[in-house]
Design a protein around this ligand. Structure first.
Ligand code: BG6
Length: 488
């Protein structure tokens, strides 16, 4: 039985690209498998490549087999899913092709349309212009915009201005797939459905917070995009700042899109600016060199296909961020992301303060302090570190990790973030998407750092593939008498 009541036409621009084949189409397949989309939902894949529908289906099938868990793919489901898929070969910059090609596929005037733009953000304005002038944005039409939107504050403003000419804010769904991750929503539940943590959720009880998104992968086949983006634009400006907002925001008055977005914008506006001298002191950038992961040698970033052999693009960033408000003054947030790190892991660690006076004999009081750990991937879940007595004689204590994730939840398949967000976009629920002011405020805060890097001629520090980034990143915390979580 379907839990979706909405028939839809989802028009996927950039359908032959990496994101579509790796994440978007596999997520649509899973929604189909679990009967979470309406039987009348149609997917129109749009790309420039000259495929016949049958050729495109072969490419999709191969991608599903590669990217889905083996137990999720089967021929019968594939055959029924494939019936939803059409392929529209067109040049998205050519206005005529919207008439001659795209219109031909959109033959159900009363069915809500979801235009998913998985292209470079430079294209968003022109696509919206053509959709608008061909009357395709009427009625219940929504436009989903992939990140990054713009490459700095000014270009983001320009993309927004262009899109705003043709769409209302309510029609625009700016995606950050980290907000679709199950544990991120669980973080909201833990904070706002329980009273026990909220009293402690501030600078009086929390020593500091760490947010890490670590990847073992390198740049893969995405050098064309990544060379111009780097870790700051690709991950920090969006995913890490969004996670920070979820941890730091005040309780919203209601659990709806506007209330949540209002609270997130307040956090972004309260971020202490990092400019001038503070940049070197508080931000570390690195680039991976050759190294080894799981016993296998890994190439340097500069040797990856499509990368300039003298590239100064950062593949790692860590930073110390402060929030100038009553709740968080004096409690730093340490953010870190990088490629070719030792583990694929995404974690938010809330490190509580030590007890004011310890009566136990402890060798490392800091490592005994309570921690609340939100693990987004792999092995999603929430853990709480408490201290307990060692069994036996004497009265020494040791840390113990309690799993706060219910047993049944651990057995269920955790849907991919894109499954949740695609179904929200189809259903018209914007809660987990970004508002324009949120996007621009985040860019405004990051911009001085990007500009300073550009103008100073400084370069990223090298780190070997398979370690936790450059030495300066360890020092960033060591200077404050702290350690990154996995160094404990
Ligand atoms: C994307 C970035 O937004 O997030 C990629 O562009 C990165 O560079 C990816 O690999 C990580 O997402 P996830 O969900 O696999 O952690």
């Amino acid at each position: 039985m379907s839990d979706s009541t909405t028939a839809f036409e989802l028009i996927l621009f950039g359908a032959a690209g990496d994101l579509s084949l790796r994440k978007l189409i596999p997520s649509l397949y899973c929604l189909h498998l679990d009967q979470r989309i309406h039987p009348e939902g149609r997917i129109i894949a749009v790309a420039r490549r000259n495929y016949e529908r049958e050729d495109f289906l072969k490419v999709v099938k191969k991608a599903l087999i590669k990217h889905l868990n083996v137990d999720l793919f089967d021929e019968e489901t594939w055959n029924s899913f494939a019936k939803r898929l059409s392929y529209a070969q067109m040049d998205i910059t050519d206005p005529a092709s919207y008439d001659t090609t795209l219109k031909h596929y959109l033959n159900r005037p009363d069915t809500p349309k979801v235009f998913y733009l998985a292209t470079h953000s430079d294209m968003y304005g022109v696509i919206c212009q053509h959709l608008y002038s061909h009357q395709m944005l009427r009625g219940e039409a929504r436009v989903v915009l992939e990140k990054p939107i713009g490459m700095d504050y000014q270009s983001a403003v320009e993309v927004c201005k262009e899109v705003d000419k043709y769409c209302n804010e309510e029609q625009i769904y700016r995606i950050d797939h980290y907000l679709g991750k199950e544990t991120v929503q669980n973080l909201l539940a833990l904070r706002f459905a329980n009273s026990i943590f909220e009293h402690q959720w501030n600078q009086r009880y929390i020593d500091h917070i760490q947010i890490t998104i670590a990847e073992t992968l390198g740049v893969e086949q995405r050098a064309g995009f990544y060379e111009a983006a780097g870790a700051m634009r690709d991950m920090m400006q969006n995913h890490l700042l969004q996670l920070l907002c979820m941890v730091a925001m005040e309780p919203p008055a209601q659990l709806n899109a506007e209330s949540i977005r209002d609270e997130k914008v307040k956090v972004l506006k309260a971020l202490k600016p990092i400019t001038g001298e503070l940049i070197n002191a508080n931000v570390v950038r690195g680039q991976y060199q050759e190294g080894s992961l799981n016993g296998q040698p890994t190439p340097a970033y500069r040797e990856e296909p499509g990368v300039n052999p003298h590239s100064d693009t950062e593949t790692f960033v860590s930073m110390k961020v402060e929030i100038d408000n009553w709740r968080w003054a004096g409690t730093p947030f340490y953010l870190r992301t990088g490629k070719r790190l030792p583990d694929r892991a995404c974690e938010i660690v809330i490190q509580f303060k030590e007890v004011p006076h310890s009566v136990f004999e402890l060798q490392h009081p800091a490592s005994m302090a309570n921690k609340l750990i939100f693990r987004l991937q792999p092995d999603d879940g929430i853990k709480l570190q408490l201290c307990e007595k060692r069994v036996g004689k004497g009265m020494s204590v040791k840390p113990v990790l309690l799993n706060l994730t219910a047993e049944h939840a651990r057995k269920d398949r955790v849907p991919d973030a894109y499954e949740r967000l695609l179904s929200d976009a189809i259903e018209g629920n914007p809660t987990l998407f970004l508002r324009e002011d949120e996007l621009l405020t985040a860019w405004q805060w990051i911009d001085p750092i990007l500009k300073a890097w550009e103008h100073s001629g400084s370069r990223p520090e090298f780190y070997h593939g398979g370690i936790w980034g450059p030495a300066a990143s360890t020092l960033l915390l060591a200077r404050d008498g702290r350690l990154w979580q996995e160094n404990h």
